[in-house]
Design a protein around this ligand. Structure first.
Ligand code: NAD
Length: 423
């Protein structure tokens, strides 16, 4: 279905660099808005799948991909030459940590590719989450060096953090307000002009650093609050208090409280990684530590160990050891109803249990069977599997899991999401 927006800008050639969780939905939306779109991607297997209309991002159904390809205005490509002649290029490449430090090599290589095709009057926008200063201090010089053009004078440059929430059917790319920025007024106008044809609401800030910081604030806010309830959950557990009930009660306050829930740890890109970009920047620029981020990292990183401790205690009460026990893990993804197992705490739980000698099996209908970790066996959550396990740990609350079946057949359930008891 084509969702033409009232403020739709004129048709241009758009290059989206990186066709992942962020770039692919953006490319689809840009096609939908009427643009000619190149999805430039360095992973050959991804380009092959895209060309065959096979999706690997839950939020983009195969039918949407097929429809985009059928317009003739969407071209997934491995070839940098396909970027030639772009009017707008949006960079959506990964920004991971390497040995605890920001790894901007993907942004650097995207910049080198785009610089070779940069023309006067074109616009380059960075969407990848990164530390404040990246657009102006890293991206601008690389684009200028490779193109011989000057940012601001010859081409427009800005930063617009993306707010994709994989698996969220309510808040999508088009109806989630989008923060936009430019290195000067003309760049802001170009960036805002592009997005006003893509999303319903744009929110302009005065410069890229404010936009970069806004994104890190959003992620750090969640990270810190999740760490708070996780620490509370550990203390409450040891004090014999039902933390879930306390959270539900607190959440009845209609103002000044926001509900966060405990879990086995944090995963994905936004929470375990992005706040560290901010603490790195603060340390590097000011020589100070960002104590909230470091504390939150410490608590959230230890949650998988807490899960293992709780399991060990539960087995111990039944005179059983972890060593030799059969443990069925429900969920490998870090988030419900997605197949994303990047930085997933479930993976750490599996590794810890294997290290203690448990026989570990995992059921996850979303995570591909090629994602096998160590000697973990992939199974389906059948009544037989549930009954055969000495213990079951619910790590990801996928709707696909039949919680009533889990309750009926499992001998013991460690419910890290309060789904088995609640449903
Ligand atoms: N996934 C999310 O929910 C989410 C949410 C908020 C922010 N982000 C941010 O968005 C950015 C992208 O994340 P993602 O989840 O889409 O990552 P992803 O790994 O799903 O996709 C990135 C893609 O870029 C490709 N790529 C890498 N270098 C390239 C290059 N030089 N040229 C072309 N393609 C290249 C990779 O092969 C990959 O397919 C990150 O900075 C992340 O922090 C992601």
């Amino acid at each position: 279905m084509r969702r033409e927006l009232s403020k739709s800008s004129k048709v241009v050639k758009v290059v989206v660099v990186g066709q992942g969780y962020v770039g692919l939905p953006l490319a689809m939306r840009a096609v939908d808005a009427g643009h000619d779109v190149v999805g430039y991607e360095v992973a050959e297997y991804r380009v092959k799948r895209l060309l065959a209309a096979e999706t690997y991002v839950e939020d983009v159904p195969a039918s949407e991909l097929a429809a985009a390809l059928a317009t003739g205005r969407y071209l997934p490509s491995l070839d940098p030459a396909a970027c030639a002649g772009f009017d707008v290029a949006v960079i959506t490449v990964p920004t991971p940590l390497r040995e605890g430090l920001p790894d901007l090599s993907y942004i650097e290589s995207a910049a080198v590719t785009l610089a070779a095709h940069l023309r006067p009057g074109a616009t380059v926008i960075l969407e990848s989450t990164t530390y404040p200063g990246t657009t102006e201090e890293l991206l601008a010089p690389l684009l200028e060096e490779g193109s011989g053009l000057a940012a601001g004078a010859d081409f427009f440059l800005g930063y617009s953090p993306e707010r994709i929430d994989p698996g969220n059917p309510t808040w999508r790319l088009d109806n989630t307000p989008k923060v936009v920025s430019g290195i000067d007024a003309a760049s802001l106008a170009a960036v805002e002009g592009f997005y006003s044809g893509i999303v319903e609401t744009t929110v302009a800030v005065s410069g890229p650093k404010e936009a970069e910081l806004a994104k890190l604030l959003e992620n750090t806010f969640r990270h810190v609050n999740i760490a708070l309830v996780n620490e509370l959950a550990m203390f409450a557990g040891d004090l014999g208090i039902n933390v879930w009930e306390a959270i539900d009660a607190a959440a009845t306050k209609p103002f000044g409280f926001m509900r966060f829930t405990p879990g086995p740890g944090v995963g994905g890109h936004c929470l375990p990684i992005d706040p560290s970009y901010l603490s790195w920047r603060v340390r590097r620029a000011l020589g100070q530590s960002f104590r909230f981020v470091e504390l939150a990292n410490d608590i959230n990183d230890h949650m998988p160990d807490y899960v293992v401790r709780r399991l060990t205690e539960a087995l111990n009460r039944r005179r059983q050891a972890v060593n030799g026990s059969r443990v069925l893990l429900l969920g490998l993804a870090y988030k419900a109803n997605t197949g994303d197992d990047r930085e997933s705490p479930a993976v750490v739980v599996a590794e810890r249990l294997l290290g203690l000698g448990a026989e570990v099996r995992v059921a996850d209908p979303y995570v591909g069977s090629d994602h096998v970790h160590g000697s973990v066996e992939r199974v389906e959550a059948t009544p037989e599997e549930l009954a055969a396990a000495d213990a079951v740990i619910l790590l990801t609350d996928h709707d696909a899991f039949d919680m009533a079946m889990v309750r009926t057949h499992a001998r013991y359930v460690l419910d890290t999401r309060r789904r088995v008891s609640r449903t």
